[in-house]
Design a binder for this molecule. Structure first.
Ligand code: PMP
Ligand code: GLN
Length: 389
């Protein structure tokens, strides 16, 4: 007997593969994106309190109401959009499940979904599982080491057909660190004005943005909010990637369909974490201090890399930065990343892994992604090893 695979091309993710290799070669893991420091003890205390209080049984399918209320209030404060906690906010098992549920809810056979490459690894499998067709539109690669990736809206517009149902965007952008601009939002508004399509905004790094710039959520524009699934994750915002608590905000008619999928994927997500995050997130300092916290780490790694042969590109957002290794090697990005782990004991992620055709020349710009969500001691050790490359 054989299973007819729904995802014949899928293996272990690049993050799993590189983390495994890092362990095997005892390399410093600046690959997979997760902090190597613990979360705030106050938050840990709130989880223990919730457990001790007996908040350990099934919470509401859409998530505990106090958490949905806090999220609604937060978005009203910073993005000036009012989501109804009852009908428009759903707590999910990380952003990953919010993305899967949104895609399954709104697209199917015959539909096309546009993604911008390089793109995060879970979008295309979700589209394929929904029976729809992923259409990859390349972002404009940086022209030199002082620039960042940007969206080529001409190419996006050219990719839209009568079958296009959904466009997925991700800002601040993994892996490139690019942030969204008002002009990008103008372009999106023009698109939704002309075409009847849904939007999915993966905004998991909304609070990790630097140099005084503010993230502009798709929810800040009523015309976009009216047709968007806006997704975020507490994993990034509270240094708890292993808790897998995220959420999806969307208009009532979209949320109703999302919840039909959500309730049969997971029904609901762990109660004590949700209660703890509700209390914790009510204090806006818990997320408003993240830009300066991570900017220090970005600058620390960037400065350290200046003493190596890597050339650092600007990183306006996320806890990643890209570096060009063309002074070191001619290898393709994947080969270079493996070589770096094995030979120099530092693990990174090839940017080409975020493209459907990862071996194609158009996917290889001699760039690798470093995660700087690490303690200074970890970054020091990595910099010391990289200086010898
Ligand atoms: N989207 C992006 C762009 C991410 O980088 C990640 C995880 N790093 C996710 C979604 C998934 O988030 P979660 O761990 O909450 O599922
Ligand atoms: N989002 C993380 C990254 O980009 C990885 C999460 C995962 O391993 N699935 O590194």
């Amino acid at each position: 007997m054989q299973i007819q695979s729904k995802l014949p091309d899928v293996g272990a993710t690049i993050f799993t593969t590189m983390s495994k290799m890092a362990l095997e070669y005892q390399a410093i893991n600046l690959g997979q994106g997760f902090p190597d420091f613990n979360t705030d003890p106050a938050l840990l205390g709130l989880v223990s309190e919730a457990m001790a209080k007996g908040l350990n049984q099934y919470p509401a399918m859409a998530g505990v109401l106090p958490l949905r209320e806090v999220i609604s209030q937060k978005i009203a404060n910073i993005y000036k959009h009012q989501y109804d906690p009852d009908t428009e906010i759903t707590i999910t098992s990380g952003a990953t499940q919010a993305i899967m549920a949104s895609v399954l809810a709104c697209v199917g056979a015959g539909d096309e979904v546009i993604v911008l490459e390089p793109c995060y690894d879970c979008y295309i499998p979700a589209i394929k599982l929904a029976g729809a067709k992923p259409i990859s539109v390349p972002m404009r690669a940086p022209s030199d080491i002082n620039s960042v990736y940007s969206v080529d809206w001409g190419l996006v517009n050219a990719a839209i057909t009568k079958n296009t149902k959904l466009l997925i965007v991700n800002f601040p952008h993994n892996p490139t660190g690019a942030v969204i601009t008002a002009t990008d939002l103008d372009e999106l508004e023009k698109i939704v004005h002309q075409h009847n399509i849904f939007l999915l905004a993966d905004e998991v790094y909304e609070h990790i943005i630097f140099d005084g710039v503010q993230h502009i959520s798709l929810s800040t524009r009523p015309a976009l909010a009216a047709r968007s699934f806006v997704i975020s994750s507490f994993g990034k915002t509270t240094h708890t990637t292993g808790w897998k608590i995220g959420y999806c905000c969307a208009p009532k008619f979209m949320t109703a369909e999302l919840r039909k999928v959500h309730q049969f994927m997971v029904f609901t997500v762990p109660s004590p974490f949700q209660h703890a995050l509700a209390v914790y997130t009510a204090d806006s300092n818990t997320y408003l201090t993240l830009p300066s916290f991570y900017q220090t780490k970005r600058d620390y790694l960037s400065n350290g890399l200046r003493n190596t042969r890597f050339k650092v590109l600007p990183s306006p957002g996320t806890f990643f930065l890209l570096a060009d290794y063309s002074d070191i090697s001619d290898q393709q990005e994947a080969d270079f990343s493996i070589w770096l782990t094995k030979t120099h004991g530092v693990t990174v992620i090839p940017v080409s892994a975020f493209y459907q055709s990862s071996d194609a020349p158009a996917s290889n710009h001699q760039l690798v992604r470093f995660c700087f969500a690490k303690q200074e001691a970890t970054l020091d050790l990595a910099i010391e090893r990289l200086a010898k490359v």
